[in-house]
Ligand binder design. Structure first.
Ligand SMILES: Cc1cc2nc3c(=O)[nH]c(=O)nc-3n(C[C@H](O)[C@H](O)[C@H](O)COP(=O)(O)OP(=O)(O)OC[C@H]3O[C@@H](n4cnc5c(N)ncnc54)[C@H](O)[C@@H]3O)c2cc1C
Length: 379
């Protein structure tokens, strides 16, 4: 049996960021990951480091996202120093495109409410079509306007995952693939973690296995209410640089492709693409930027978001088994900096940061009392 200070379960963006942060604290860490046969949001996301629409109804979340955007350049620098991987972070700001006056007016009101709750750090501008075209000249006549914030940006999410994994290795983290965790129990003051690739022992265990956290949480006495939400994404052929700013559903990647997305569908654990949804996503993009209609599509995919009932993250230490934690939720790209930098002292045994007070697992009624989405099928 191998022994480490901390075992992190799940090698997606969340687990990799957490493992990296813990290794930077000087702890001996193992990162156990099941593999390609399970759902992996980190391989299918849109790559936005996004703040402007975050935190409606929960200003703590807007602040948490904004702080993460501020911490992101430091994370990118750390990853470059440790692993030599450029994650292609760009934070020039981003636009949310509106296709009707009503959408623009509603959006302004929503962002103003978030701003009131967060304070002057949260800045945005409302742009009419002419002003929006100063940012993106190719916007079509159907566009009513856009909201812009300087806080937004994007990165290459696959390079981020690679950089986190490589940096973990540089910092001595044991990364084990094909290690599906099947049982966790506390015995003799430490955790024993059974996997398909051998058993592990540790003082602490962090569950960061995305949709599987519901099942794994029950092993350490936690009711982790996460469920799937499907997003479908399209990729065009590479083209010359045409988009200097990311938008909420169109961005140009560092490789030159245009990424178009993404749908939001409650379809359980179905991660197939469907032509009607892809067609609707593509049509909306062409209304926004008509020249996109000239590009060939080269790839499509669907992936499942990891969502709690209120869509905000869950950060919790188990009361039944202290030393076991769960770190999970949506926006694993945006929040990668918080997960790697801010959470690690807490996960290493320090004080719970006040900033995450609102993200406890027990803010929801127990799942035994509510109708769920058949989440036991997460595997
Ligand atoms: C379409 C789409 C677009 C998105 N766009 C954005 C965006 O623009 N910006 C943003 O910030 N976020 C975005 N997200 C969200 C982001 O991708 C997720 O928040 C993030 O990837 C979640 O990472 P994770 O590590 O929690 O989960 P996952 O990536 O799902 O990883 C879970 C890992 O756990 C492992 N695992 C599962 N069960 C076990 C087990 N029993 N034992 C061991 N390992 C196990 C799996 O092998 C897997 O590697 C998007 C998501 C989707 C689906």
């Amino acid at each position: 049996m191998e022994t480490r200070d901390v075992v992190v379960v799940g090698g997606g963006l969340v687990g990799s960021a957490v493992a990296y942060g813990l290794a930077r604290q000087g702890l001996k860490v193992a990162l156990l990951d099941e593999g390609d046969q399970v759902f992996r949001a980190s391989r299918g996301n849109f790559g936005l480091v996004w703040v402007q629409s975050k935190g409606e109804g929960k200003h703590d979340y807007a602040r948490w996202s904004l702080q993460s955007a501020h911490l992101w350049p430091g994370l990118a620098e750390m990853l470059m120093q440790d692993a030599g991987v450029d994650v292609q972070l760009q934070q020039r700001g981003g636009l949310h495109i509106c296709l009707s006056e009503k959408e623009l007016v509603d959006r302004q009101a929503r962002l103003a409410t978030i701003q009131q709750g967060v304070g002057d750090d949260y800045t945005f501008q409302v742009l009419d079509l002419q002003q929006a075209r100063e940012f993106i000249p190719g916007l079509g006549p159907d566009v009513a306007g856009a909201t812009y914030t300087p806080m937004d940006g994007h990165a290459n999410p696959l390079k981020l995952l690679r950089a986190l994994n490589a940096s973990c290795q540089v910092r001595g983290v044991s990364i084990v693939r094909g290690a599906a965790v099947t049982d966790i129990r506390r015995e003799g003051g430490c955790f024993r973690i059974r996997t398909a690739a051998g058993d592990w022992q540790s003082d602490r265990v962090v569950l960061a296995a995305g949709l599987a956290n519901r099942k794994l949480g029950a092993m350490v006495g936690m009711d982790v209410q996460v469920g799937p939400n499907r997003g479908q994404v399209l990729i065009t052929e590479r083209t010359r640089p045409v988009l200097d700013y990311p938008t909420n559903y169109i961005r140009q990647t560092d490789e030159g492709t245009i990424q178009i997305g993404d749908s939001q569908e409650d379809v359980g654990y179905d991660d197939n693409v469907t032509v009607p949804v892809l067609a609707a996503v593509a049509a909306r993009a062409v209304r926004c930027i008509p020249a996109l209609g000239q590009l060939r599509l080269v790839r499509t995919w669907a992936a499942l978001r990891v969502l709690s009932p209120d869509k905000f993250p869950i950060y919790q230490e188990s009361e039944a088994m202290p030393g076991a934690y769960v770190v999970t939720g949506h926006s694993g790209v945006t929040l990668a900096a918080q997960h790697a930098i801010t959470l690690s002292p807490w996960l290493a045994g320090g004080e719970r940061p006040a900033a995450i007070d609102g993200f406890r697992a027990d803010r929801f009624p127990p799942s035994s009392e509510i109708k769920t989405m058949g989440a036991d099928d997460a595997h």
